[in-house]
Design a protein. Structure first.
Length: 115
């Protein structure tokens, strides 16, 4: 990764790698070591599709995430499903408490979806 950043002249802080939960499960020790090395380079790490799959809250303690990308199954129901809205609010609140940014994946308000 270091040579790629050097060859492309990309500032490491502008690169955000999205990691799915499945990658972390196969070999947690190796995944943690790799993510820590990337963070030392200045690369940002996002947990993709957060809220589905096999992730546990302990992963938020162990892995150095900069962002949680809330899965679209929750985000798409925000305007029509009270439980989805509460889950999204809870994940955003959890992210704030842990100082991890969060973002909804593929969300568009209904008004803009019609235009």
């Amino acid at each position: 990764m270091q040579s790629v950043l050097a060859n492309t002249c990309l500032t490491p802080g502008r690169l955000e790698l999205e990691i799915t939960e499945g990658v972390l499960i196969n070999d947690q020790a190796r995944a943690l070591a790799t993510l820590r090395r990337l963070k030392l380079l200045g690369v940002k790490i996002a947990m993709d599709d957060f809220g589905t799959g096999y992730a546990s809250l302990s992963g938020l303690q162990s892995f150095p995430f900069d962002k949680l990308k809330i899965d679209k199954t929750f985000v798409s129901g925000v305007e029509s499903n009270a439980k989805s809205a509460e889950i999204v609010r809870a994940v955003i609140g959890l992210g704030r408490t842990l100082k991890i940014r969060s973002s909804p994946k593929e969300w568009r308000p209904r008004a803009s979806a019609r235009s």
